[in-house]
Design a protein around this ligand. Structure first.
Ligand SMILES: NC(=O)c1ccc[n+]([C@@H]2O[C@H](COP(=O)([O-])OP(=O)(O)OC[C@H]3O[C@@H](n4cnc5c(N)ncnc54)[C@H](OP(=O)(O)O)[C@@H]3O)[C@@H](O)[C@H]2O)c1
Length: 361
């Protein structure tokens, strides 16, 4: 069923410096791929069509993992909606269109669970797409991601390409963005509890009741899912999708409460103080869980338990010098990203809805 066999094919990973892209590069290397093509943004700005065209002309690419995107939390989505919709639409349109123009048949588009309606039934099935209004705070981003799925489907229908889409749940792991106020919930808690341990704080306050339920997937499991989906035969992929409902959810299949998660992270970090919950602060959506059984039936399942993954994440956080190095200018952040991240840092109030901050992703 899975055709990941030819390890000499030329595989382009767009967004290879990001959380997802770097995990896909690791997965390809683990499987022995020898021709992994990457370009830093400074050399290939994917919003520039001429650059994208020249890149595909110069490189004979066989398949593409499209993990480059402008990604951010509620606050960034709120203050930069134009950039979020513009850059994501343009990046994905450039890559998908130029891939087709250059005869590349295999492409995997990375979407996000924010494509689903705000009040989608739980667990969220693929069929919930376009069945109701979106979460307003990240609607422009979600619209761009939905357009990416529909773009892949349209090229498949008109040009016979084999462009596929996956919608991952909340991800964490090596390469995550660590910032005490602006990260996803897992890196935020790792950093907060590590700090509390090293400074001897007796108590850490966590905003919200701790009861909200969230699903998490270790990013290397996601990367394996991406390679698995890319390698599926057309017949296998078609057996679980349709021409106009072609995306697959990728989740761990279970959720935990924020209180359980915080307890697990405290144990991993070795923090022995008290965790207290500030119920005057919002919990966000009570539950967000993807229904990922279609991909399970196609032969993929996650390998890393939440506990193992948290240990790995903590180790990589420590190895990265307690900074996770995600806001270093050397990463080639463009002014928008730096602007967004500085704005996050200025406005810490938004952190406290952190359970949903980058959860739109
Ligand atoms: N993180 C999650 O929890 C999560 C969950 C579900 C889905 N996803 C999806 O996975 C994908 C990747 O997310 P991520 O978390 O890996 O994001 P990320 O860590 O912010 O990485 C995004 C990557 O895209 C690159 N990029 C952005 N704009 C570019 C441009 N104009 N030209 C070239 N490269 C550009 C960035 O380059 P620089 O390094 O130069 O900035 C970075 O390497 C997104 O589509 C996202 O929706 C993520």
């Amino acid at each position: 069923m899975n055709g990941n066999g030819n390890t000499s094919k030329r595989v382009y990973v767009a967004g290879h410096n990001g959380l997802v892209g770097s995990a896909i590069v690791r997965a390809l290397k683990r499987r022995g791929y020898t021709n992994i093509i990457t370009r830093p943004r400074a050399r290939l700005d994917l919003t520039e069509q001429a650059q994208v065209r020249a890149f595909f002309q110069a490189e004979s690419i066989d398949e593409i993992y499209l993990a480059a995107a402008t990604v951010g939390g509620i606050h960034a989505n709120n203050i930069y909606p134009a950039q979020f919709i513009y850059s994501n639409l343009v990046i994905q349109s450039n890559v998908i269109h130029e891939a087709w123009r250059h005869g590349i048949k295999q492409l995997l588009f990375l979407g996000s669970s924010c494509i689903y309606p705000r009040l989608a039934g739980q667990p969220i099935t693929e069929q919930a797409l376009l069945s109701g209004p979106l979460e307003p705070t990240n609607e422009p981003y979600a619209i761009a991601k939905i357009a990416g799925i529909k773009c892949c489907e349209s090229y498949n229908r008109q040009y016979g390409t084999n462009f596929r889409s996956v919608m991952p749940t909340n991800l964490y792991g090596p390469g995550d963005y660590y910032h005490p106020e602006n990260s996803h919930v897992i890196p935020a808690l790792i950093q907060r509890l590590h700090h509390a341990k090293t400074t001897g704080e007796s108590e850490v306050a966590i905003w919200g009741s701790g009861k909200a339920l969230r699903e998490f997937l270790y990013v290397d499991d996601l990367a394996d899912a991406c390679l698995h989906v890319m390698g599926l035969s057309s017949a296998a992929y078609r057996s679980a999708t349709s021409e106009t409902m072609s995306h697959l959810n990728v989740g761990s299949g279970s959720d935990v409460s924020i209180a359980q998660l915080a307890g697990m992270i405290a144990e991993v970090v070795g923090y022995q103080g008290r965790l207290v919950y500030d119920t005057s602060k919002p919990d966000g959506t009570p539950r967000k869980l993807l229904e990922s059984s279609a991909l399970r039936r196609l032969g993929w399942s996650p390998q890393v338990t939440l506990e193992q993954g948290l240990r790995e994440a903590y180790h990589s956080y420590r190895r990265a010098g307690n900074d996770g190095d995600r806001h270093a200018p050397a990463r080639g952040l463009d002014p928008l990203s730096m602007q967004c991240r500085r704005a996050f840092m200025r406005d810490s109030a938004h952190y406290h809805a952190y359970q949903d901050m980058r959860a739109p992703s």
